[in-house]
Design a binder for this molecule. Structure first.
Ligand SMILES: [Zn+2]
Length: 264
């Protein structure tokens, strides 16, 4: 049977074992990624991860159609960013998961590819835990491979933030034809925002909402000049191992672990 939800018919979906099937939802963004990377960088990465895990799972992992857009108000100063309001994103999550829980499905995992979605994902899934009675786990893929990023990163802290050493390496590995090598330039966060630095390895402790028009020269935050396809391969393969581990853990979790008390 197809591993993509979108390629199944309703009878095939109805035949899926509720206790043994997990649905993976990729979230990301369509937003500016500097002058050298395509605007779909974040959703491309999370969707690819989800599809690889589902395809190699042996049948009990289904890849949901991705939510292409995310909440990206901090990138709206650049053309190419299509940003959802927080309420829109929350409503999308609610509508997608309530449609699935209505038919008895309860094993889910959201794999996120855009830092700007992290807060709303935490808040929304907490709310859905109450309203739908199901706990929906979420994580952003870089959180699962922090040590790998520390080990392979050549940039100073601040070099893996946005359209950076990490994201450019992934793009060079997966689709180098979409990377404009002539446009790659280092653009580090300045001292003013260093404490709120969005480095994937070691984020700053101070949560200043960013505005990339104000805080960056080119839309980049980091050092994409140090990116290589080899690093991208190591990053992606490590993320794949971590995602597979997470899926296996959730598939073997008792039903009671994922079902919540409903108070409404
Ligand atoms: Zn990104």
């Amino acid at each position: 049977m197809a591993f993509r939800f979108s390629e199944l018919n309703w009878q095939q979906i109805d035949s899926l074992d509720r206790d043994k099937t997990i649905f993976l939802l990729p979230t990301g963004a369509i937003e500016q990624h500097g002058p050298h990377l395509p605007v779909d960088t974040d959703i491309y990465n999370s969707n690819l991860l989800v599809e690889h895990v589902a395809e190699n799972s042996g049948g009990n992992v289904t890849a949901l159609p991705p939510i292409w857009w995310g909440t990206s108000p901090h990138h709206k100063g650049y053309p190419g960013t299509i940003s959802l309001k927080l309420e829109t994103f929350h409503h999308l999550l609610n509508d997608i998961f309530s449609s699935l829980t209505a038919h008895g499905f309860y094993r889910f995992l959201v794999i996120n590819g855009h830092g700007g979605n992290a807060g709303i994902l935490t808040a929304s899934t907490a709310d859905l835990s109450e309203t739908l009675g199901v706990s929906i786990p979420t994580y952003s893929y870089w959180q699962s491979i922090k040590q790998v990023l520390i080990d392979i990163g050549d940039s100073e802290i601040g070099g893996m933030g946005h359209a950076c050493e990490m994201e450019t390496s992934l793009a060079l590995y997966h689709r180098p034809e979409l990377v404009d090598m002539k446009a790659i330039a280092k653009d580090m966060p300045d001292v003013r925002v260093a404490l709120s630095c969005i480095d994937f390895r070691q984020p700053g402790f101070l949560g200043i909402p960013l505005d990339f028009r104000r805080d960056s020269k080119s839309g980049v935050m980091g050092d994409p000049t140090l990116a290589t396809a080899e690093k991208g391969e190591k990053i992606f393969k490590a993320a794949l191992v971590a995602a597979t581990d997470a899926v296996q853990a959730l598939l073997s979790a008792d039903r009671e672990v994922l079902i919540t008390e409903r108070f409404n």
